[in-house]
Design a protein around this ligand. Structure first.
Ligand code: SF4
Length: 878
């Protein structure tokens, strides 16, 4: 790249062509103050505090928007520059309330810091206070526009980073201010309360509502959000073991300086009074507090005793997509080596087994093939069966940026009209559950368009008839085919609406085949992006908490893999595949499974139709969690664990990015990190784990998991690392299949009949649980987050207005959804775009989940149970 030579403060320096004076100054260590500048945003030159002097013309230029030019001679601290900056600051302060002592921003206010740097005390200019009331009633953000300096950062963050468009400038001249449309309060605007504007605001104009600590917090710790697989990096500010503030961490992160409302404001659950503080054992039917020694001795001895009495297969282990890699690794080791049972599964089974196994069988890998930054480079994005803005908001921001800033064409298949459907080139509004048929139809059309012969079973199926009942027009699908075939740079995003269907695994395989036909793997701007639930879904599976796979996705039946592990562990893992969680519960009902160890999951919430009865048949139930969930309340032994800010470890994001969790505070009471608990149990089973820390455990993981052979904590300190990372010091492969997809993979050979629905006349509505921004999983955390709950606690059901009218329902009326399995209460709201006969259930931060209504029906291909759909009737509650 061409370099440009200039003189900065009399010193010759050079930089890449196109960079600004401010950027070059930063690179060579010269400080220039800024207010409106942020590296995540396009420069705007609004505040002018970064002015520098061009020595040739003796003019002042804003360094943040002025590119370097050959021969430039720039002074950053000349008398003219310093005087100009002082005047600018004084003008700002003249228009700023003198309320620093009571301002929530306190010493963190950039304006106040600069005033101090420039020695500006009282301002001798006429004051022009603009008094604007604080109007917000939401629990997250407070605006005091009298403190606004019109830097425009909030507007640019809103429009450029999260692409919501809730804010823009209103009025002109002295009356200018950032505002929502019609100056509505934030809670009545498009705002999603991601808090990016608050984090970026340099003054006290935008502040966090209800901060538990108003002073300046000097120490912050970098860690990773624990809510979804986007894997956002954040700064946690802690005072006296209490989380008081969260900010996005921009550098080296997937989230580029943005978070969502869960990540920004939803971690207060860590201080909820219901945190489990002491180990408990059930005595005479009641859980009573005991010492750790007693609890661990009891758990180890009872598990070993049951294993020796009934055989190791009588014990099951259920790991967690919310626990770290290290924890899941030790957990499966405890199962396979400590007890010798192959029955180990994790929460992914219940919500995304179709995605993980479908990708694994097609490509030999699970997780996204590309990082999210590549999604932003796509020419075309196909998103189906997913609500990225609700489930994985940061992935949603990437899609929006691709469309808005790079002109990508979005094909969006969703039954709901939302901000993605509004920016889509093509919005397909399918009947939920027919997404698999859309995929197969597209696959057949694309294959024909590319001159490929269809497999016989596909021809026999009559692909043209697949659209029957999907509610999608042939013309729209033909247009979708045309758009998809126009480029190889296609990013394919899918979620539970596809992979969670019965037969979802085959649907995912067909989608992979579609990607291969389009040629979008292995190239920049392409890729497949599964939006699976859980913050560490991929990591938990990488670690082998699956009955069919050992650590590193090696088949449990593979003798070579078993022998290698046996050598390292001093004992071979048990032969053959074990039981999935639903199979374990069925075995418990039959009396074949006697003990179950549940770490960080709540099967009773997710599978109420089966789990309650099955778990009450167990002789011994161990639950390790942070809250007394419904499952925990059934435990014979309850082990209090540490939350995500209270422990070390790593998560692997949906993009295969391995990231650190760091200790920011201590666990409350006697709660302990899961690794400590598991290490203690391994030691009691004479396994001599020799794991002193998460670092040590990762060392062992890197020996066991081939994809992570090169991963070291020391590297994770400084660089984003993606698996596969097979050499120490390397940062891994960001884009998979650069050299092509091995021909042994990705051949969709099997015959497959897409799912069809059989409505029951007594239950005429299909209820589908949508994703909810204010909720995660079974809601054990979001329901205990005061702010998430305060904003959206209750569940809602959205339905076609004609259906509401025919049932005589009013807007916001309470209704009961009744299925053959159960019922749930929600308030009904009309949504024009929903097909008649369809109910869209939005569970809220703490409302009941659809699992209460879902039938017990095992999808044999993935061993999962689709719990987010049920046929119901609707009853108005008077
Ligand atoms: Fe956390 Fe996901 Fe939100 Fe990022 S997008 S802040 S990882 S919940």
């Amino acid at each position: 790249m061409e370099t440009v030579a200039i003189t900065l403060d009399g010193v010759p320096v050079s930089g890449r062509q196109g960079i600004t004076i401010l950027e070059l100054a930063g690179e060579v260590g010269i400080y220039i103050p800024t207010l409106c500048h942020d590296p995540s945003l396009k420069p705007s030159g609004a505040c002018r505090i970064c002015v520098v002097e061009d020595e040739t013309s003796h003019r002042l230029v804003a360094s943040c928007v002025t590119p370097i030019a050959s021969g430039m001679r720039i002074q950053t601290r000349s008398p003219m520059v310093l005087e100009a900056r002082k005047v600018i600051l004084k003008l700002m302060l003249a228009n700023h309330p003198e309320s620093c002592l009571v301002c929530d921003k306190g010493n963190r206010c950039r304006l106040r810091q600069l005033a101090s740097d420039f020695g500006i005390g009282l301002v001798d200019y006429d004051r022009m206070n603009s008094l604007v009331g604080i109007q917000e009633a939401n629990p997250f953000i407070q605006r005091d526009l009298s403190k606004c300096i019109l830097c425009g950062k909030c507007i640019r963050a809103d429009q450029e980073l999260v692409v919501v468009g809730a804010l823009d400038y209103l009025h002109r001249g002295f009356n200018t201010r950032p505002a929502t449309l019609m100056e509505l309060p934030l809670e009545r605007s498009e705002c999603t309360f991601c808090g990016t504007c608050v984090a970026i605001c340099p003054t006290g104009a935008l502040t966090e509502r209800g901060r538990p600590h108003l002073g300046t917090v000097g120490i912050r710790t970098a860690t990773t959000c624990s809510y979804c697989g986007s894997g956002c990096s954040l700064w946690a500010y802690v005072v006296e073991d209490r989380l008081v503030q969260v900010e996005p961490k921009a550098q080296g992160s997937a989230n580029k300086g943005a978070l969502c409302v869960r990540g920004h404001y939803g971690s207060d659950y860590l201080h909820h009074p219901e945190r489990l503080l002491h180990p408990q054992l059930r005595k005479d039917g009641k859980l009573v507090e005991v010492s750790w020694q007693q609890a661990l001795d009891e758990v180890a001895s009872r598990l070993m005793e049951i294993s020796s009495r009934y055989g190791p297969h009588s014990v099951g282990f259920f790991g967690s997509t919310l626990c770290t890699n290290e924890e899941n690794y030790l957990f499966q080791k405890l199962a396979r080596v400590g007890i010798g049972t192959p029955n180990v599964d994790n929460g992914a089974r219940l919500h995304c087994a179709g995605s993980l196994l479908g990708m694994q069988e097609s490509l030999g890998t699970s997780g996204a093939t590309h990082p999210l930054e590549e999604l932003e480079r796509a020419d075309v994005i196909l998103a189906l069966g997913a609500q990225p803005l609700e489930s994985h908001p940061v992935a949603g921001y990437a899609i929006k940026r691709a469309v808005r800033q790079r002109g990508a064409l979005l094909i969006y298949a969703s039954p709901l009209r939302d901000s993605l459907s509004r920016m889509a080139r093509l919005w397909l509004c399918p009947w939920p559950g027919s997404e698999d048929r859309l995929v197969l139809w597209l696959l057949a059309r694309v294959m024909r368009a590319k001159g490929r012969a269809l497999p016989q079973w596909m021809e026999a199926m009559g692909p043209d008839s697949l659209l029957d009942g999907t509610m999608v027009k042939v013309e729209d699908m033909e247009q979708a085919t045309e758009i998809l075939c126009s480029t190889s740079r296609v990013g394919i995003v899918f979620g539970r609406g596809l992979s969670g269907l019965p037969g979802g695994k085959q649907a995912v395989r067909a989608l992979v085949q579609l990607a291969l036909e389009l040629g979008c793997l292995g190239i920049s701007g392409g890729g497949i992006y599964p939006l699976d639930r859980g913050c560490n879904t991929l990591g938990a599976c990488d670690m082998g908490t699956l009955p069919e796979f050992l650590p590193g996705w090696r088949k449990a039946s593979d003798p070579k893999a078993r022998a290698e592990l046996g050598e390292l562990w001093g004992q071979d893992p048990p032969q053959g595949r074990g039981l999935t969680l639903p199979q374990m519960l069925e075995a418990a009902l039959r009396g074949d499974l006697k003990a179950l160890y549940v770490m960080g999951e709540n099967p009773l919430e997710l599978l109420p139709a089966l789990a309650g009865e099955a778990m009450s048949s167990l002789e011994f139930l161990v639950v390790q969690d942070i809250f007394p969930t419904r499952t925990a309340q059934m435990a014979h032994a309850l082990l209090p664990a540490a939350g995500f800010l209270e422990k070390e470890g790593t998560y692997t994001s949906l993009e295969r990015r391995i990231q650190r969790l760091r200790v920011c505070s201590s666990p409350p009471g006697g709660a302990r990190p899961d690794c400590w608990i598991l290490t203690q149990l391994l030691a009691r089973m004479s396994l001599n784990p020799q794991h002193e820390s998460a670092v040590e455990i990762m060392k062992e993981i890197s020996e066991v998991v081939p994809q992570m052979r090169g991963v070291r904590y020391s590297l994770l300190e400084t660089e984003p690392v993606f698996w596969p990372c097979t050499e120490a010091g390397a940062t891994g492969e960001r884009i998979l299949f650069r050299g092509g997809v091995p021909s042994s993979h990705a051949i969709l050979e099997e015959s497959w009949t897409p799912s069809m629905e059989n409505p029951d006349p007594d239950f005429p509505f299909l209820a589908v649980e949508g994703e909810c921004l204010f909720r995660a999983g079974g809601a054990s955390r979001t329901s205990r987050s005061a702010r998430l709950r305060a904003f959206k606690a209750r569940g809602e059901v959205w339905m076609n207005p004609a259906d509401m009218a025919s049932l005589g329902l009013e807007q916001a009326q309470e209704v009961r959804l009744v299925s053959r399995q159960g019922n749930l209460l929600a308030t009904a709201h009309p949504r024009e775009e929903l097909h008649p006969g369809l109910l869209w259930v939005v569970p809220g931060a703490g409302g009941p989940a659809m699992a209460a209504l879902a039938p017990w029906s095992l999808d044999p291909s993935s061993g999962s149970i689709p719990t987010f759909r049920a046929w119901v009737r609707v009853e108005g509650v008077p």
